[in-house]
Design a protein around this ligand. Sequence first.
Ligand SMILES: NC(=O)C1=CN([C@@H]2O[C@H](COP(=O)(O)OP(=O)(O)OC[C@H]3O[C@@H](n4cnc5c(N)ncnc54)[C@H](OP(=O)(O)O)[C@@H]3O)[C@@H](O)[C@H]2O)C=CC1
Ligand SMILES: O=C(O)C1=N[C@H](C(=O)O)C[C@H](O)C1
Length: 234
Amino acid sequence: MNIALLGYGKMGKAIEKIAVDREHEITLKVDSKTTSFELDNVDVAIDFSIPTTALDNITQCINNNVPVISGTTGWLQDYDKVVALCKEKDGAFIYGSNFSIGVNIFFELNAHLAKLMNGLSSYNVSMEEIHHTQKLDAPSGTAISLAEGIIKNYDSKNNWTLENPADTDIEITAKRIEDVPGTHIINYTSEIDTITISHEAHNRQGFALGAVLASEWIVGKTGVFTMKDVLNIK
Ligand SMILES: NC(=O)C1=CN([C@@H]2O[C@H](COP(=O)(O)OP(=O)(O)OC[C@H]3O[C@@H](n4cnc5c(N)ncnc54)[C@H](OP(=O)(O)O)[C@@H]3O)[C@@H](O)[C@H]2O)C=CC1
Ligand SMILES: O=C(O)C1=N[C@H](C(=O)O)C[C@H](O)C1
């Protein structure tokens, strides 16, 4: 496949390595110095850029009938616009806050634990995410997905917040520490004990491999999908 990399930073470079190992060709690389780009000769585009450019990049792909994998976080206020455009143009689109297989299993574990804990009022749930110091957004996209997974399955929480939590909010603590690729920790704490589940990425390979697997999967399809579809998680 011919792949366009929209964003050629830490993730773009990790994706390039895995894509080339899997015998794909990178036919376009876009970074902050690129003033405009054409999507000729591109089978699929992978956007890992910055929150303020993701919507324009994705829109250009869909308007040019190029399937697009979106890993950029921090732009989700515009997600519904992309879904509408994708439907209108019969395009193909996947957003994933986290493309690693491990985190997608962790999403399922998180939802299941929230169901088990639902109604146990002696426990309070909270979350911590830790990332490298260059990260532009907080909380992480993954933390938001995890909070949404709890809210859907756990009646006493209906929102998340980074500060001053009300009883109905999940408090997320976002820490920034040099070189940490991505750690997410969920705690259910009572006076008696704490139940913890966590996922710790050791490097960026899992995110990059997941994005390439999603790219291979989406070519030839139309619609709005998630990693659950790619990994066939029921
Ligand atoms: N969903 C997932 O699994 C994961 C998501 N992410 C997310 O991916 C995004 C990128 O992360 P990361 O690679 O670490 O960040 P980097 O800062 O290393 O890379 C961002 C890249 O975007 C480029 N860029 C800036 N402006 C534009 C533009 N207008 N069009 C295209 N590219 C542009 C930058 O250019 P330049 O190099 O010139 O500055 C840089 O190459 C973040 O939102 C992060 O949260 C990260 C890991 C996993
Ligand atoms: O910026 C990062 O690095 C990461 N971003 C994603 C997020 O916001 O959840 C995924 C991963 O945690 C790494």
